[in-house]
Each structure stands twice: as C-alpha cells, then as structure tokens.
Ligand binder design. Structure first.
Ligand code: AMP
Length: 214
C-alpha cells in the first residue's frame, strides 16, 4: 500500500507525475482540481458554487474540498493506495488531513516561479474528455484537436496571467508553509521538477525507496 500526497507550484507536473505513479503502482489518483473541473463541466450544484472562484484563481471553501476528499477516500477502492494532488493547500486543510489519514510521503516537486508562466500558459485541455496537452512538450497530432476523442482543445479558464498570478501567490503564502509542517514530520521528499518527465519519475521512485531495482 502506498499513500502519497504530491505538491508543487502550478505547472510543476503534479498531474503528470501522479499519473506515472498510478500506472506503476496501480494507485487511485485523487485530483481535487480535476474533480472540481468535472463538476463545472457537467453543471452540477457543486460546479455552480465553485465556477467563478476557480476562474478567478482563488481557493474554493475548505469545507467543500474537505468533503470531496472525504467522500472520495470513503469509496475505499484504493486497494494498492492513492496519490492526492491539489490537497491539502492551506493550514486548515493540512490539519484536517493529518487528523483523518495516515500518509507515507509527501512528494514536493521543486520548480522556480520563472518557469511557471511558460509551462502553464501552453497548457490545453480537451473540452470533451478532459485529457491534457502541452503545446511545448505534448502537442496533439492535429492542431487544437484531441488525439483521443477529437474534441476541441481549449486553455483552462484559470490559465490566464491574472488568475495564474493569484494561484502562485496563494501557493507561496498558504501552501508552502504546510510543506514545512510535513517536513518536520519527515514525510517530504523533494525532487527537481526541471528534469525530464522520465527523470523526475525515476528520482521520485528512488527517493521513496520504490525504484525498479527494489
Ligand atoms: P488545480 O487543478 O490543482 O490547479 O486546481 C484548480 C482550482 O481548483 C484551484 O485554483 C482552486 O480554485 C480549486 N482547488 C483545487 N484544489 C483546492 C483546494 N485544496 N482548496 C481550495 N481550492 C482548490
């Protein structure tokens, strides 16, 4: 059983690396932002509550995200473990999380802010199936078209310079301090996110002591 949290500034590759770990260890991926975007896309009640907040790059209420995480983990479909990305993001969420769940490690992806804009503003999402692309590293075969379902690729509404600046500010003001809290519990492994996707993955596994060589 592997129970991980993955943290890092916007564009540091949390989703990409979480997916790689899911494939390697058969984990369940709990992407809180992804769950919220699904709710917006399908016009649920939660979606209506959070759409504007998300578009402005602001954090949605703690009660709501905590209940999303609690409900998702209560499904207990994670026989081999889970990896949570996008949570916890502030002190209160960290408190809730540490009181409610045991985790094995927090993976911190380290990346300078100077790289954030370049990566995030080139990100595209399929408007139909939600698959993500990057115009630098992971271009679709046909421009602006999803390879998997043919849907149109669009930027995320919160991947614009103003909302992004707000999100990065929140990351440093609210999320970085909780990384310190996890560090004191000796839960954190820090990985240089400027390496290639494969190298970041290998580095994570090495530091977690779960690399291919054992
Ligand atoms: P992400 O996909 O992780 O960049 O999250 C997208 C957006 O979802 C954030 O900018 C917030 O508006 C919201 N969100 C995701 N996770 C959280 C969280 N743990 N607490 C509050 N808001 C969140």
């Amino acid at each position: 059983m592997h129970k991980y949290v993955i943290m890092g500034v916007q564009g540091s590759g949390k989703g990409t690396q979480a997916t790689r770990l899911v494939e390697a260890f058969d984990l369940v991926h709990i992407g809180v932002g992804e769950i919220l975007r699904w709710n917006v896309q399908f016009h649920t009640k939660v979606g209506a509550q959070v759409r504007r907040t998300m578009e402005a790059g602001l954090l949605v209420p703690d009660d709501l995200v905590e209940s999303i995480v609690r409900t998702r983990l209560a499904e207990h479909d994670w026989n081999y473990g889970f990896i949570i990305d996008g949570f916890p993001r502030n002190d209160r969420q960290a408190e809730f999380f540490l009181e409610s769940y045991d985790i094995d490690a927090v993976i911190a992806l380290d990346m300078p802010d100077a790289e954030v804009q370049r990566r995030v503003l080139s990100r595209r999402l399929c408007s139909k199936c939600g698959l993500d692309y990057n115009l630098i590293a992971d271009r679709p075969a046909v421009e602006a078209t999803c390879d998997a379902c043919g849907g149109t690729l669009v930027p995320r509404p919160d991947d614009n310079p103003a909302a992004l600046a707000q999100r990065v500010r929140d990351y440093h003001e609210k999320t970085t301090p909780i990384l310190e809290r996890f560090r004191r519990k000796e839960l954190v492994v820090t990985v240089d996110a400027m390496q290639s996707i494969d190298d970041v993955h290998a580095d994570i596994r090495r530091q977690l002591g779960v690399d291919a060589s054992g």
